[in-house]
Design a protein around this ligand. Structure first.
Ligand SMILES: *[C@@H]1O[C@H](CO)[C@@H](O)[C@H](O)[C@H]1NC(C)=O
Ligand SMILES: *[C@@H]1O[C@H](CO)[C@@H](O)[C@H](O)[C@H]1NC(C)=O
Length: 351
């Protein structure tokens, strides 16, 4: 890999530094590596799409947006011999048997699958596919990168190999600039929650009695919703509930609080962003009191830093049409780029 000079991207990263008075470190695990890798990706990444002329019916908007954005992007190549990765699209409602047939066909028609047994291939499946016994399905599941929805359904996400798609969001994609509070606004609520985002009705009920918490089913309109986000310190999510507005929350500096009883392995951008600096993870064991105690116990400066990190990272959550630099589409492609050197299962031919 070439050593990147002072790049266009580093400039962008500097500009991205939050505008607030609180100095916030960049929200990336490794800002320098991200900048250089992202630049390399823009320069060189090529993806071959099987059946690119067909239309596919996916289960989630994120999958559809991904394929549409990909087909309109410079990453697509019609020449498979220059591709780094191969995309195997299929309809969201296909049975596992039919998916196996898709793999069998591309294996028979073109030499690329056999070369790596699928390790340089990827596919999109909102719910993820299981480990079937069929050879084609097994290779797809074990070797290829799965793009699936967040949060995933149990056991179908393989950490470090698979990629969680960023949720397609409530906001009309890309609308508005990231913003925090303006100087004449003040925090009104410790935390904000939408009923649909919390699965446990008992927890909602007990949280609801607290004047510091605002819980509602649906905000009356977009403007009200944005004001709620901007004027709350924390936004509550239940892992497994509706997380589609997590990017909106972050854009307005509302720090996501994710209620979960086990480590989350399929967080979007888990190998790019410093989630520990942008979100709070609390167990449900302590109930509503436990959640409130965790939030009230946090130091002011830490919360301000987290709000800054959220705003800085939020552009990576926006699905724009057409795609914009560093947005959700580009970040999914970036994570695929990071996986392009997966182990190749060389097939030995002794004959
Ligand atoms: C790939 O390998 C399978 C056997 O594992 C074989 O049947 C198939 O013809 C091969 N594909 C190509 C394009 O050579
Ligand atoms: C804050 O100021 C802006 C203009 O600077 C104004 O549009 C907005 O209504 C004000 N908000 C409040 C809560 O007073």
């Amino acid at each position: 890999m070439e050593v990147a000079g002072p790049s266009f991207l580093l400039l962008i990263l500097l500009l991205l530094a939050p505008l607030s008075v609180h100095s916030t470190p960049p929200p990336y695990l490794s800002p320098a590596i991200f900048a250089a890798d992202y630049d390399d990706m823009l320069e060189s990444f090529r993806i071959f799409v099987y059946g690119a002329r067909r239309t596919f019916k996916f289960k989630s908007e994120a999958e559809s947006l991904f394929l549409a954005s990909l087909l309109g992007s410079p990453f697509v190549t019609e020449n498979p011999s220059e591709a780094h990765l191969f995309f195997v699209p299929f309809d969201g409602d296909l049975s596992e048997r039919s998916v196996a047939r898709v793999v069998r066909d591309i294996r028979a028609d073109l030499p690329y699958w056999n070369r790596t047994l699928g390790a340089d291939h990827f596919y999109a499946s909102c719910d993820g596919i299981g480990f079937g016994s069929d050879r084609n399905l097994l290779e797809l599941k074990k070797n290829s990168v799965q793009l699936s929805c967040f949060p995933g359904s149990g056991g179908r996400f393989v950490p470090h190999k698979d990629v969680a798609l960023l949720p397609a969001g409530v906001a009309p994609a890309g609308e508005g600039e990231p913003r925090g509070l303006s100087s004449n606004e003040t925090i009104e609520h410790l935390a904000y929650a939408r009923l649909g985002a919390i699965k446990d009705p008992g927890l909602v009920h007990r949280l609801g009695g607290d004047p510091g918490l605002l819980i509602e089913s649906e905000p009356s309109d977009r403007e009200t919703f944005e004001r709620r986000l901007a004027m709350s310190e924390f936004c509550l999510f239940d892992y497994g509930g509706d997380v589609s507005w997590i990017g909106d929350a972050m854009r307005f500096g509302c720090v996501p609080v994710v209620i979960t009883d086990r480590p989350i392995q399929d967080l979007p951008l888990i190998d790019v962003l410093r989630w520990q600096e942008m979100a709070v993870f609390v167990g449900s064991g302590g109930g509503a009191e436990g959640v409130k105690r965790a939030l009230r116990g946090m130091a002011r400066e830490r919360v301000e830093r987290m709000r800054g990190s959220c705003v800085a990272a939020s552009r990576h959550f926006a699905w724009n049409r057409p795609p914009q630099p560093l947005d959700a589409f580009h970040m999914v492609v970036y994570q695929l780029w990071l996986r392009r050197h997966t182990i190749r299962y060389a097939r030995r031919d002794w004959s």
